[in-house]
Write a protein that binds this ligand. Structure first.
Ligand code: OAD
Ligand code: ZN
Length: 259
């Protein structure tokens, strides 16, 4: 990190130490250093696909095989990845702020849970789970290899990844809990997200305008749509910035990953 950031990091550590309730919103950037590609490449494509093709209910209705192939490739990639120090730092903060820390993620990769975060709200679902549109059966499939067009074990219908696609509603319970966390915190971190996808990005202004006027700290490689709402911007890889913050708080990270 540049020397200029050191002062900001000290300030961020001071606010964190003083925080009563912390909420964190993460996005794909927090998993980048684990080897999970982020979404918005400069060409606007996701690994060569248009968003409408692979991340909307219409895309799935049109070509379920293509959509399943896309998610199966992502599932296969996840077999090789492990949480990085950024994930571990967030797990450490949860254990220190026990019961007063909520991690809200847009990621579907399951790496926050693998790092040990338990008070976790997965706004966009989880790529390990499948859902049956016919009977509603939800199933944790782990990262096992699935058939070309996986079927429901209960009713035989074609199942889908349990991911919230564009044009779909978030799980109302998960969303309500996320709103509560943003509404009740006095410190809000925005980590590794371009903050362009709603309603998730709306949690930032919710936190900022809550009764405590929560402070907002952004951690990202670059400025984003969230930057103008941030009281502090820490620009660098989250796998370095978050551990540096923990270090200033005197917290030692457990970097061991279970296999
Ligand atoms: P994006 O791909 O839009 O943004 C990734 C962000 O991470 C960018 O702002 C990068 O600058 C930042 N970044 C990259 N590497 C980083 C690093 N090492 N440390 C810190 N920051 C880093 O991903 P999201 O904002 O998560 O939804 O996208 C939000 C949603 O859009 C996703 O959940 C997904 C997508 O469509 C669904 O699949 C429904
Ligand atoms: Zn079914």
């Amino acid at each position: 990190m540049s020397p200029m950031n050191q002062e900001l990091l000290d300030q961020a550590a001071e606010w964190t130490r003083a925080a009563d309730r912390i909420a964190v919103l993460t996005g794909a950037g927090v998993s980048a250093e684990s080897g999970v590609p982020t979404f918005r490449a400069s060409d606007g494509l996701w690994e060569g696909h248009r968003i409408e093709e692979v991340a909307t209910p219409f895309g799935f209705a049109e070509n379920p095989e293509l959509v399943w192939n896309f998610y199966k490739l992502r599932r296969a990639n996840l077999r090789k990845v492990r949480p990085n120090p950024g994930h571990h730092a967030l797990a450490k903060l949860e254990s220190e702020w026990d019961g007063r820390f909520t991690l809200i993620t847009q990621n579907v990769d399951g790496l926050h849970r693998a790092a040990g975060n338990a008070n976790l709200l997965e706004l966009h679902g989880n790529i390990r789970r499948t859902r049956c549109p016919n009977c509603g059966d939800l199933r944790d499939q782990g990262l096992t290899e699935l058939p070309a067009l996986p079927e429901c074990q209960l009713c035989g219908s074609m199942i889908r990844p349990d991911i919230v696609w564009f044009g779909e509603m978030l799980d109302p319970e998960v969303w309500t809990s996320a709103e509560e966390a943003a509404d009740q915190c006095d410190l809000f971190f925005v980590v590794g997200t371009s903050a362009v996808v709603y309603p998730a990005a709306g949690l930032i202004s919710l936190a900022k305008s809550n009764s405590q006027r929560a402070k907002v700290i952004e951690v990202n490689m670059t400025e984003t749509e969230a930057s103008r709402q941030a009281d502090i911007g820490l620009y660098g890889p989250s796998g370095e910035v978050l551990p540096a913050l923990c270090e200033r708080l005197g917290l030692t990270l457990n970097l061991v990953n279970p296999d």
